[in-house]
Every structure is written in C-alpha cells, then in structure tokens.
Design a protein around this ligand. Structure first.
Ligand SMILES: Nc1ncnc2c1ncn2[C@@H]1O[C@H](COP(=O)(O)OP(=O)(O)OP(=O)(O)O)[C@@H](O)[C@H]1O
Ligand SMILES: [Mg+2]
Length: 241
C-alpha cells in the first residue's frame, strides 16, 4: 500500500505585485492510511496552505507531492479534480452550505456531481446513511438557515462523507461554534477516525489537537517536528448536540 500522503521538500511561494511570501518551505511529511494527525501553529504559518496543497486546491511551487502514490504535479486540471473527488473530503470553518438547498440536497451535492449515473434511490440510501451518522436524519427538509451552527457543520461533515473519501482534511472545523457544539463535532470526527478514516486536522485548540495520535507544528512555513501521543492518553469527547 502506498502512503496516502507523501510530501518531499514541498515549498509554496505566493507572489503578489510587490511581495513574495514563502508560505511553506522544505515540508517533508508522510501520512499513513488510518492516521489522525493534527496541525497547529501561529496565524499565517502556512497551515491552510498545507491543507490546500494536500487537497489539490493549490499546487506546490517546489518539491514533490504524491497522493495515494500518484505524483500530482503532472496532472491536468480534470485529472486533478478526479483524484481530489476520489480521495478527499474537506471540512472548513465556514460551512459553505447552499442556502437554497435543504439538508438532504446539500449533503447529496458531491455525490450527484461525481456519480451522475447513480439512481435517485442509490443516492438517497447513501445520503440518508451519512446524515444518520451525523445525527441529522430528523432535519432532512430544513434549510441551513433553520439549523444551529453545530448542526450546519454536521451537514457539512455528511456532505464530505457521501463520496467515502480516504482522507478528511479539516481546517478549524470548530472555529465558528460554541464549545458544546464544537465538542460534539469533534466527538463525531473522533468516531469517523475510529471507523478508519484518515484525518489531517488544523486546530488552534490544544484539547482537540490532543485527540490526534500525531501532532504536527508549523512555524513560519516550516515543520517543527511532531509528537506521537500514546492511544491511552488521547482525549475523548462525548458531547451531544
Ligand atoms: N492566495 C494567497 N496569496 C498571497 N499570499 C497568501 C495566499 N494565501 C496565503 N498567503 C500567505 O501565506 C501565508 C500562510 O497563509 P495560511 O493561510 O496558510 O496561514 P494559516 O497558518 O492557515 O493562518 P490562520 O491560522 O490565520 O488561518 C500567510 O503569510 C498568507 O498571507
Ligand atoms: Mg488558516
């Protein structure tokens, strides 16, 4: 089995009219299938940029990135989108739900996009299963505006799950949530990991970072080394929303 994520000497430079920003330098990182890795560090140190490169939303300026054993630098736009759709689920701080669509249709979106030939019955089965996992089967016809923040984030998680991604990339998932809803979302993320999903999660909250078996720290675009936490010491969250 290839590493799910392998970065060799990855660098990222953003060029604006008057400024060059070295967002990432010399990143060497391997994530194995089934791992739970947290990423933390000060604002502007490159966390979101790292996740964007991992998730094929950005390309690296230098170095080599392999996703599921496949070098991504030579891929066309379409091939890159296909690889992303096959492997990656994103969860962001802003839930990015579509206000005109109800809970079911929001969650179904990536599946309908990726599997246009799937029957309505098949889509329904998968989407209901994912909404059940996040505890929202009773809110199928609500619009995002009719849900709490925690519930909206759980719809976003169901939407990330419908395509059965091999890896979930999570960027400050609890940033817009009160602590109780944040704990409930993290508890759900912990369960997904238990069920085998690989997780790479940016968080400012040390309690949540402690849930990960490996904690990566970035500073000024560079990796500071990572701590391996023994399973028995990992924090558990049992919040209910
Ligand atoms: N599209 C862009 N164009 C130019 N510079 C960018 C761009 N995206 C990020 N940067 C710069 O790259 C650096 C890293 O940004 P990044 O968003 O990865 O930081 P971060 O660690 O996620 O910060 P935060 O904790 O505030 O979310 C910052 O200095 C930022 O200004
Ligand atoms: Mg960020």
């Amino acid at each position: 089995m290839p590493h799910i994520i392998e970065m060799k000497n990855i660098g990222k430079v953003f060029e604006t009219s008057d400024l060059q920003t070295h967002a990432l330098r010399n990143i060497n990182l391997v994530i194995e299938s089934g791992e739970f890795v947290s990423v933390s560090g000060p604002s502007g140190c490159g966390k979101s940029t790292l996740l964007s490169i991992m998730g094929l939303l950005e390309t690296a300026s230098s170095g080599e990135y392999l996703l599921a054993g496949q070098r991504v630098d030579a891929l066309s736009f379409d091939q890159s989108a296909e690889l992303r759709n096959k492997h990656i689920g994103f969860i962001f701080q802003s839930f990015n739900l579509i206000e005109s669509l109800n809970v079911f249709d929001n969650a179904a979106l990536p599946l309908r996009y990726r599997e246009p030939k799937m029957t309505a019955e098949q889509v329904k089965k998968i989407v209901l299963n994912c909404l059940d996992k996040v505890g929202l089967s009773h809110r199928l016809t609500h619009r995002p505006g009719e849900l709490s923040g925690g519930q909206q984030q759980r719809v976003a998680i169901a939407r990330a799950l419908v395509t059965q991604p091999s890896i979930l990339l999570i960027d400050e998932a609890t940033g817009n949530l009160d602590s109780k809803s944040g704990d409930a979302v993290m508890s759900l993320i912990g369960e997904l990991h238990q069920q085998g999903t690989t997780i790479c999660m940016v968080t400012h909250d040390p309690r949540y970072a402690d849930m990960a078996a490996r904690q990566i720290k970035l500073f000024d675009g560079e990796l500071l080394g990572s701590a391996q936490i023994s399973r028995s010491n990992q924090t558990q969250f049992n919040g209910v929303a």
